[in-house]
Design a protein around this ligand. Structure first.
Ligand code: KG4
Ligand code: ZN
Length: 352
């Protein structure tokens, strides 16, 4: 089984072809990605209108490339999948409409994929991981802990009550005058800094429900920066190191709470899986590895190119759904919001 997957929910345009290995994980035949970061950098963040237009400009070419690099034609595919949300609605419509048109023209099944579900299932593409497992999703738009019990069977154990983790990295970067997106730069500078220099809060520490909060931490950083006055390069490195240490401590504590809740309510997870752009952060990865070692839990970290937004994860989610006969029709509309839980499943099938 081979599926084409299209991703256009944020600032990356992705098109990929993935093949199901009989009795095994997936095989990525092609995975084309075009980032728009340069087009948004001048504005210090993603501008929805620019994103939608940029997706339109490259999507046809990217699909052609994905097919060419896979050595396939449309007729060789078993289905066409696109992320139908959640995300920036203008961009989502570009990918969704493209996939519908291709499916109609080639008489192939069409699959409307929840972008979060695609992140959740990536560990099965890369590692053939069996259900159930605990997913930590940490990106620029989302921060949540999810019990992944099966295809379409997700329990959101906790999520952020304000900013996403990547958003907090980006806002701190902006405060320090670093280029967008701030996350990778903050990590680089943090390596040179003193994480104990600034006494920053660890939001939600010790709370039983595995929710996250980053806006208080961001405000605390702002106050320290204002108090310190003009910052030297060494000061900036210390702010980055102190902030990153606070994020890592918080995320690990929230994973501990999530694991406890998982074991109490669901059973034994086969692994902790991390996804989203912030999973590229080395300090976080090392801390998660240590945490899993102590908790006796397998740690699955897909390669960075599959942690961030990409077409392969959409294609794989399409394969998972198509294998279960879960195809969609042409009336499926783009969704700005689409939570990953039991209610969302009811909505997906038109029951609510
Ligand atoms: O998953 P992603 O590529 O896009 C979505 O948000 O969906 O995540 C991008 C986010 C940005 O906020 C970026 O600053 C952050 O991931 N990020 C990092 C690092 N690399 C990317 N944050 C901290 N450390 C990094 N090394
Ligand atoms: Zn994403």
């Amino acid at each position: 089984m081979r599926v084409l997957g299209i991703e256009t929910t944020c600032d990356e345009t992705g098109a990929a072809v993935v093949q199901l290995q009989p009795g095994g994980p997936g095989e990525i035949l092609s995975n084309e990605i075009m980032s728009q970061i340069a087009e948004h950098a001048a504005f210090g963040g993603v501008v929805p209108e620019i994103a939608a237009r940029a997706h339109i400009e490259v999507i046809d070419r990217l699909v052609e490339l994905a097919l060419a690099h896979a050595g396939l034609e449309l007729a060789d595919l078993d289905g066409i999948a696109a992320a139908a949300g959640p995300g920036l609605i203008g961009g989502v419509m570009v990918g969704l409409t493209t996939a519908k048109a291709l499916a109609l023209a080639s008489h192939k099944p069409f699959l409307a994929i929840n972008h979060l579900e695609a992140h959740a299932l990536t560990a099965r593409l890369t590692d053939g991981l069996a259900f159930p497992y605990l997913l930590l999703l940490v990106s620029g738009g989302h921060t949540q802990l999810v019990a992944v019990k099966g295809v379409g069977d997700y329990v959101r154990l906790g999520s952020t009550v304000d900013d996403a983790a990547g958003e907090a990295f980006d806002k701190v970067g902006k405060m320090l005058g670093l280029p967008y997106p701030g996350g990778p730069r903050v990590e680089t500078l943090a390596a040179e800094g003193n994480p104990a220099r600034f006494d920053l809060p660890r939001p939600m520490l010790g709370r039983q429900k595995p929710d996250f909060s980053f806006s208080g931490l961001k405000t605390a950083v702002r106050l320290e920066v204002e108090r310190a006055g003009p910052l030297t390069t060494a000061d900036i490195a210390d702010v980055c190191a102190s902030f990153q240490a606070a994020v890592v401590d918080t995320v690990i504590d929230r994973c501990r709470a999530g694991l406890r809740l998982f074991r109490e309510t669901i059973g034994h997870p086969n692994a902790l899986v991390v996804a989203g752009g912030v999973a590229a952060n080395g300090a976080l990865r090392r801390a998660l590895m240590r945490f899993c070692g102590e908790a006796g839990l397998r740690f699955v970290l897909p390669p960075a190119s599959l942690c961030t937004d990409n077409g392969a994860m959409i294609a794989w989610a399409g394969i998972e759904r198509l294998s279960l006969g879960l195809v969609d029709d042409m009336t499926f509309a783009a969704r700005a919001r689409w939570p990953l839980d039991a209610n969302a499943e009811a909505v997906h099938h038109g029951k609510a």
